[in-house]
Design a binder for this molecule. Structure first.
Ligand code: PMV
Length: 322
């Protein structure tokens, strides 16, 4: 087993863990319905600090279990018998932006709870983190949570070779495999428009239930399958073509947004391709910069009103911090 798949060891409280965010390149939404997806962990992180306390608190908020569904779900599902804890979360990942802030928080918190209760293997942590996230959102795939647990580039329901693990829900089972890292730099930019993943997922579900739904889903799947191969081969030209095609499909199912389209247009002179990433309807875009034009791309996106970040793959998933 590779080093990044080491188990989360057992430790006593107080504990700290950090997890990377994520960026979806191909197959968001379609993955919820069983199609392949390509995601990579990004080098923006969330870190949590957990210590025993007299009451449950998150960032000093004693009402956090009522206000924050991820916190509530994590405590209920992964700390049911544990004593009250005080949690501090610090994050460089913008919230509700489609860049994995909730998955990173969930996996980091689940990792600390598991460590305090005797440690956990990564496949079990991926399953648990998915259940916590789904317990809050009600819908969704394990793409985000598996990626922040594993690190690197991952194919969900695609790729080749032995799976790292599989994740189960009542109605679905997803297989998770590593994809070779092409060592590319990407630029992501948040539109500043928050949105609900659950609402967007349900709206796409209704769209895919229409007559041409199966055909659309098959197109999403074929773009993602080819995208996984093209990234594994480091073929930037092919990847760019497929990113554009994926964006057309996302437009067609109604999850683009005028602000996302404006960012994609602003990126064009300095990017080989750009598309929305994550649930859409707001949130962020991802762009593959023309080599040497990374700074120009960042300037263009900022001038168009986005909040840009230059990102690379984070090779390591969630980990305890000394
Ligand atoms: O919540 P987001 O924006 O990171 O998007 C998640 C990706 C979806 O495919 C839309 C939902 C899912 O759970 O896979």
């Amino acid at each position: 087993m590779s080093e990044t798949l080491s188990a989360i060891p057992s430790r006593g409280l107080p504990l700290s863990a950090r997890a990377p965010g994520k960026c979806i390149l191909f197959g968001e939404h379609a993955v919820v319905h069983g199609a392949p997806e390509l995601v990579f962990a990004i080098d923006l992180h969330t870190q949590v600090f957990v210590r025993a306390s007299d009451a449950f608190r998150l960032n000093n908020d004693p009402e956090a279990r009522q206000r924050n569904g991820y916190f509530r779900s994590a405590v209920e599902q992964a700390w049911a018998k544990g004593p009250p804890v005080d949690v501090r979360a610090v994050s460089r990942i913008p919230r509700a932006a489609g860049l994995g802030s909730s998955a990173a928080f969930t996996a980091a918190l689940a990792a600390t709870f598991a460590a305090a209760e005797g440690g956990i293997e990564r496949p079990a942590l991926a399953q648990r983190s998915f259940e916590i996230e789904r317990g809050t959102q009600g819908v969704g795939s394990p793409g985000d949570t598996s990626t922040v647990v594993a690190g690197g580039y991952l194919a969900i329901n695609g790729g080749s070779g032995d799976p790292l693990w599989s994740v189960r829900a009542e109605d679905h089972r997803w297989e998770v495999r590593r994809v070779p890292d092409p060592n590319w730099v990407w630029v992501v930019a948040h539109s500043g428009i928050p949105r609900s993943t659950g609402d967007a997922v349900r709206a796409v579900g209704r769209r895919l239930a229409r007559e041409d739904g199966p055909e659309l889903l098959a197109e999403f799947a074929s773009v993602a399958r080819e995208g996984i191969d093209a990234v594994a081969q480091g073929d930037r030209g092919r990847v760019s073509e497929l990113l554009r095609r994926n964006q057309e499909l996302l437009r067609e199912v109604g999850v683009s947004h005028p602000r996302l389209e404006a960012l994609i247009e602003a990126a064009a002179p300095a990017a080989e391709a750009a598309k929305l990433t994550g649930a859409g309807a707001g949130g962020s875009i991802v762009a593959l910069p023309v080599p040497g034009k990374e700074a120009e791309l960042v300037r263009r996106l900022a001038r168009a009103g986005g909040l840009p970040f230059v990102v690379r793959a984070a090779p390591e998933g969630v980990a305890l911090v000394e």
